[in-house]
Design a protein around this ligand. Structure first.
Ligand SMILES: [Fe+2]
Length: 177
């Protein structure tokens, strides 16, 4: 299972802290087991069921947004140097990789296809994501990114890592919806 998770999400290897890396993998493992996702199903799951004809897959969305976050951090470091607002890169990457992990609980598999479940209507993925993260000891700074990344975080004071993730996420979302 760990190998499959690292194969579909190679960006996990960019997390320097081994404990945090293990926590991210553990959250994905639990979410995959919750509904019995297979590698094939995961790879074909659409990015969103909110819009029609979306060709981008869920996993590619997670990866693209994680890469955009790292690229953003690189640019801010290159240009602003010491004057930049400090960003914890490990927290940024972990948050980017966990923000949508709860979607694996939000969706149900019916007749071999992912569909939105009542569970997902009751507990949107920022909540199930934080639940999974809490269980696996993920630091509060990373849970903050999961909790505040979507509309649930509107009006909240976001940490720098959450600001970067939120904007990168909406770039991908708004361009494909
Ligand atoms: Fe999300």
């Amino acid at each position: 299972m760990k190998d499959m998770i690292l194969k579909i999400l190679p960006e996990i290897k960019e997390i320097r802290d081994d404990i945090l890396k293990g926590q991210v993998i553990a959250c994905w493992e639990e979410a995959i087991n919750f509904r019995g996702w297979t590698e094939d199903l995961l790879m074909s799951m659409p990015f969103t069921l909110l819009a029609e004809n979306v060709k981008i897959t869920f996993i590619d969305h997670v990866r693209a947004v994680c890469r955009m976050c790292m690229a953003c951090d690189d640019v801010l470091k290159d240009i602003h140097g010491q004057r930049r607002t400090p960003v914890n890169r490990d927290y940024l990457i972990a948050g980017a990789l966990l923000a949508d992990v709860g979607k694996l609980c939000e969706f149900e598999i019916v007749a071999g296809k992912p569909v939105k479940s009542d569970y997902g209507k009751h507990i949107r993925h920022p909540f199930s994501g934080v639940g999974l993260a809490f269980k696996h000891g993920v630091p509060s700074e990373v849970m903050h990114i999961i909790a505040t990344h979507s509309k649930e975080g509107a009006g909240e004071k976001r940490l720098p890592e959450s600001i970067i993730f939120h904007h990168a996420d909406f770039i991908d979302f708004e361009l494909v919806k």
